[in-house]
Structures are given as structure tokens and as C-alpha cells.
Design a protein around this ligand. Structure first.
Ligand code: HEM
Length: 454
């Protein structure tokens, strides 16, 4: 055989061999070594399987759990995150899972949750956004990292606090009034509670969009001093270093639309559902609203006095809050509690597990009991911040939290002033995990007028 022929055979063979060794190193050696390293620190978990990790098993259990409706109870954790539920029960409150070949430390212990989220900019940053996430949110505040995040967050912090927030109240009230006008036709009939909240969001978003169009078409150059206004001002900033690109402005609008819409929609839908089946709490909340606002339009000052409603909002977020966890990563070898973590580790804070943990909340963990929050979050969680974090925690917590709470309080107050709500017999309890927990077939309720719907 000539040297040329030998080379022609040997070269591809050696390339193939090197590629195979690299492949086995990445997909077998590294995961098994990591698994051993974590096991030796007491962290167990479902065993790594070649290439797929635990993904196949997780998809199968989720499909099974979601294949049928559940009884009218609130223990939704085994349904919306069945794989996490079974792993926590089997391997403990913190365990190692495998997203393909990527190791993921799932944590549900409040102390560790606190440590990770409080250090979310430095030691445990957010992961680089996936293609899917960038598609939904654009590259806005939810997914931004580093300097870009610092700049955008400053702007958003300013827009969603204090006076700026108060300035948004009239827009929300106007939207709710438009929605309630439509409801008049539904009295005594069945209505989708999710549809209702969607209506409000659509109105708010239309206002935002209209103003965006006006500026984009050059019809106006001032947006006022709310978040959109601040964004557009930053876009026109004379200092090039501070100036926001048009691409970033659009991404930020997308981010706020999706981060704000889906979340508040489902919160409102689940509150309406819970008040429909817990008539005593509906009555308590109504009494409080009438005491504070009588039958007048809600105002910012009165909203801060809505104690019962705040308790109801917290308890709803505990039971039906965002289900998919908060993803973070480790960028260098670090210590988390007593654990030594290698640089390539991902972390997933599973707050749904924390919110449904009987060790934390007691044997009545699955019952709707807003009175848990009667003396505030700190008392309810025994001063353990990581135990209740529906809006996240630390520097990357939800920037829209106050806006979401304000919006929810306005909508609920205005509904309770006018209607009693009961659950329709056609409702089927089927919560499913999306970005938030959603009612798969909507929530059908029946409204009865209290005679104040003029
Ligand atoms: C019930 C309503 C809401 C819930 C439960 C909720 C939940 C959350 C959570 C858990 C995070 C933290 C994510 C993480 O740490 O990885 C977050 C971040 C964020 N939320 Fe919300 N959210 C709500 C409403 C809103 C609203 C109304 C807006 C805007 C109008 C908004 C905008 C954002 C933004 C921009 C971030 C990213 C902040 C950053 O990374 O600096 N959210 N939200």
C-alpha cells in the first residue's frame, strides 16, 4: 500500500478517534466525575444517563401528571413539577439533576435560596438567555447581563417606584372601567375570569403601544415620565455613552409586555378563583374595600391600607405563583452553604417547592389560609427571606412588583365593589405550568351584581 493511501485511511481515522474521545470525555467522563464529586458531599439525585441526562424521564412524568384534571385542591406541586416533586421526596431538599449533559443543582432550602438570589449579580449570575427566551423577551432587562443590565435596571427602578408609580394609577383605573363596562352584559351568566384580566392588560398595553407608535411615527417627542417615557428619553440622550439603542428600546418594550402581562393575568385569575370558592375571604375583602373606598374609585393612599387584600395576594402567590424556578449559574469554583461547587454547575432555585414545603408552612400547607400573612411576610416565614419569593429576591428581583401589586389591588377593589363571584359548575381544575401556572381550560365564574355597577 502506498504512503498516500495509508495517509488517506489514517488521517480520517485519527480525526474520528480524537472526536470520539472528546465526545466521551464531555458526555461521560465529566458528568460521572461531577456526579461522584457531588455525591461525596451528600448531594444525591437521579443518575446521569448518556446524552439525555434526566430530560426524557422528566418529560414523561410531566406528560403523565398533566394528562388529567385534579380535584379542587391546591397541592399543585406534584402536578406542575412532578419530576422535581418526586426527586425532592427521594433525594432531599437539594439534589443534582441533569439537563442533558449539564449538571443542575436544584435547591429548595430557604437558606441556600437566599444566598443564591442575594448574590445574583456577582457569584451566581443569571444564565445566558436561550434562543427561546430571547424570542419571547427580546434582550431586555429580564435577560440582560453585566453593564447593560446595570444601566437598564437603574432606569426601571426609577420608573416603578414612588411618584412615577402613582402617575400610572389613572391609566390602570381607566382600563378597569372599560373592562367593567363590558362585564355588565355578563351578570348572572358564566364568564372566563382569565378573559377578564386579559381585557385589562390589553387596555394598558394599548396605551403603551399607542404612545410608542406616536413617537416612532414622529407625531410626539415626549412620552411623559413613566417607564416608556424614560426609555425614549434615554434613546434621545445627548451623551452617546448613556444613549439607548432603538433595538434596546424595542427589546425593553417586549420584555415589559411579556414579563408584566402573563404574570399579572394569572395572579388575577387565581385570586378570582380562590375568592369564588372561599366566600368568607371574598366577604372579608369586600368589607375592607367598602370601609376604605366606600363605592368610590380606589386611590393610592387607600391602597396601602388594604391589609386583607395584601394577605390574599400573598397566599395566592404562594399557592399558584410562578412554577418553573429561577435559573442561575456558577462561573468559578464557589462555596454555597457547606457545598463546594465546580465552575460548570447550573443552579435552579425551585421556589414552588419552597412555597409548598410542609416543613416550612406546616401540615396545612395546601390550604388557602391568607391569615398566615396577617403579621407580614417576615413573621409568616420566621424571618427567613428565602422561604417566600414569588417575585424573586436580591438585586435581580422583580422590578414590576409594586406595579403588579398596585394593578391587582385596583382591579380587585373595583370588582368587589360591584359583584359577588361564585365558581361555575362547569369549571375543571387543571393548572398547567407555562411561564406562570395557568388554568388549562380557563376559570369560569358567575357574577351577581351588588347594584353598584353604574
Ligand atoms: C404577579 C406578577 C409578577 C410576578 C409573580 C413576577 C415574578 C418575577 C420574578 C420571580 C422575577 C425574578 C426572576 C429571576 O430572579 O430569575 C421577575 C423579574 C422581573 N419582572 Fe416580574 N413578576 C410579576 C410582574 C411583573 C410586572 C408587572 C413587570 C413589568 C411591568 C415585571 C417585570 C419584570 C422584570 C423586568 C424582571 C427582571 C428584573 C431584572 O432581572 O433585573 N414583572 N418577576
Amino acid at each position: 500500500m502506498s504512503t498516500f493511501v495509508k495517509l488517506a485511511i489514517l488521517l480520517p481515522c485519527s480525526f474520528f478517534l480524537v472526536a470520539l474521545i472528546k465526545f466521551l470525555y464531555d458526555y461521560l467522563w465529566i458528568p460521572l466525575r461531577l456526579q461522584h464529586m457531588m455525591n461525596s458531599q451528600g448531594i444525591k439525585g437521579p443518575p446521569y444517563t448518556f446524552i439525555h441526562g434526566n430530560n426524557k424521564e422528566a418529560t414523561k412524568t410531566t406528560n403523565e401528571a398533566l394528562s388529567k384534571p385534579m380535584a379542587l385542591r391546591h397541592d399543585i406541586f406534584p402536578r406542575v413539577q412532578p419530576h422535581v416533586y418526586s426527586c425532592v421526596n427521594r433525594y432531599g431538599r437539594n439534589y443534582l439533576a441533569w439537563d442533558g449533559k449539564r449538571p443542575e443543582l436544584v435547591i429548595t432550602e430557604p437558606e441556600l435560596v437566599n444566598e443564591v438570589l442575594k448574590n445574583s449579580v456577582t457569584t451566581f449570575p443569571k444564565r445566558k438567555p436561550t434562543f427561546f427566551l430571547t424570542g419571547i423577551f427580546g434582550n431586555g432587562l429580564v435577560t440582560a447581563l453585566g453593564e447593560k443590565w446595570v444601566k437598564q435596571r437603574k432606569l426601571a427602578n426609577y420608573a416603578f417606584h414612588g411618584e412615577s408609580l402613582k402617575n400610572m394609577t389613572p391609566a390602570v383605573i381607566a382600563s378597569v372601567e372599560t373592562m367593567l363596562e363590558k362585564w355588565k352584559g355578563y351578570v348572572g351568566k358564566e364568564i372566563e375570569s382569565e378573559e377578564l384580566s386579559k381585557g385589562i392588560q390589553d387596555c394598558v398595553m394599548n396605551i403603551v403601544k399607542k404612545r410608542e407608535d406616536e413617537v416612532l411615527n414622529g407625531k410626539a417627542n415626549s412620552f411623559g415620565n413613566d417607564f416608556l417615557g424614560l426609555l425614549v428619553n434615554a434613546y434621545h440622550d445627548s451623551d452617546e455613552n448613556n444613549r439607548l439603542l432603538m433595538e434596546d428600546l424595542v427589546d425593553e418594550c417586549k420584555t415589559f409586555y411579556f414579563a408584566g402581562q402573563d404574570t399579572v393575568n394569572s395572579l388575577l385569575a387565581w385570586i378570582v378563583f380562590l375568592l369564588a370558592i372561599h366566600g368568607d375571604w371574598q366577604e372579608k375583602a369586600r368589607r375592607e374595600v367598602i370601609e376604605i373606598f366606600s363605592n368610590q374609585i380606589p386611590d393610592s393612599e387607600g391602597m396601602s391600607k388594604l391589609k386583607t387584600m395584601t394577605m390574599i395576594i400573598y397566599e395566592t402567590l404562594r399557592l399558584y405563583g410562578p412554577p418553573n424556578g429561577l435559573p442561575r449559574r456558577v462561573t468559578r469554583e464557589v462555596q454555597l452553604g457547606k457545598l463546594a461547587l465546580p465552575a460548570s454547575m447550573d443552579i435552579l432555585v425551585q421556589n414552588i417547592a419552597v412555597h409548598h414545603d410542609p416543613h416550612m408552612w406546616g401540615d396545612d400547607v395546601h390550604l388557602f389560609k391568607p391569615e398566615r400573612f396577617a403579621e407580614g411576610i417576615a413573621k409568616a416565614t420566621n424571618y427567613n427571606a428565602g422561604a417566600f419569593c414569588p417575585f424573586g429576591l436580591g438585586p435581580r428581583n422583580c422590578v414590576g412588583m409594586n406595579f403588579a401589586t398596585m394593578e391587582t389591588k385596583i382591579v380587585l377593589s373595583m370588582i368587589l365593589q360591584r359583584y359577588t363571584i361564585s365558581l361555575s359548575p362547569t369549571y375543571v381544575h387543571s393548572p398547567i405550568p407555562y411561564i406562570t401556572v395557568q388554568p388549562q381550560h380557563g376559570i369560569q365564574v358567575i357574577l351577581e351584581s351588588l347594584g353598584n355597577d353604574t
